[in-house]
Design a protein around this ligand. Sequence first.
Ligand SMILES: Nc1ncnc2c1ncn2[C@@H]1O[C@H](COP(=O)(O)OP(=O)(O)O)[C@@H](O)[C@H]1O
Ligand SMILES: [Mg+2]
Length: 261
Amino acid sequence: MSNYVEIESLHKSFQVHGETLEVLKGVNLSIKKGEIFGVIGFSGAGKSTLARCINRLETPDSGRITVGDTDILSLSKKELLQARKKIGVVFQTFNLFEAKTVYHNIAYPLRISGVRKAEIDKRVRETAELVGLTEKLNAYPGGLSGGQKQRVGIARALINEPDLLISDEATSALDPQTTLQILDLLKEINRQKGITIIMITHELDAIRYSCQKMAVLQDGLIIESGEVAEIFRNPHSHTGKLFAKVFFELQQPDLNDGDGI
Ligand SMILES: Nc1ncnc2c1ncn2[C@@H]1O[C@H](COP(=O)(O)OP(=O)(O)O)[C@@H](O)[C@H]1O
Ligand SMILES: [Mg+2]
């Protein structure tokens, strides 16, 4: 299988108070079609900046990003709008319109691109069915649980039938049980629709549950990548080791440190 997402030598800096803050320092990543690929890193590592570069919400300083046959950094404004439709993004904070119903939140990307009402209605209902929100179409975000809000976020990201879904900490605001349900939903979407998913997170268990391959982003560089099982068994980088250690300690707490008798 050939690579579907190819990122080469990606650099991105910001000017902060007159100083240059180098956030991405030459990121390289290769992701195959149909994979659920995990990107893990501590807070501030550059994960969200990387996510935002992929659909060019941020313009990188240099490097190359290819999604399918599309060279993302060479697109005109008009071409970029088209390309973005095929890249769905799900956020930790859901980013819903509080004053719109679930239906209109999901429909929004179609409405702004002028899709006909009947077609919108059909696609909103199909997508709501897929994510388990059929009963909630007339509700407002304020009346939903965190998991339901994220289902709306996922439905909205899927409404344009993307080929790539970027999940930027989609489960980080959710409790463990809801996290599992959302991860199951993402896996089901990947299975049913063949959508490639980039799962960006600081939670190693989310990656272990969902991904075949992963990369560790540290301080703007990919310092380790490969099979998830292999990185768990034998992490090379310090950060990889730290994530694995925290994971195993959370899974198998030292019995002596338990809640005592
Ligand atoms: N628009 C911006 N302007 C200035 N600094 C930014 C901007 N976006 C991100 N940063 C900085 O880049 C670094 C990486 O941020 P981010 O990509 O959000 O990391 P992560 O998602 O891994 O927590 C942080 O130091 C952050 O403050
Ligand atoms: Mg982030």
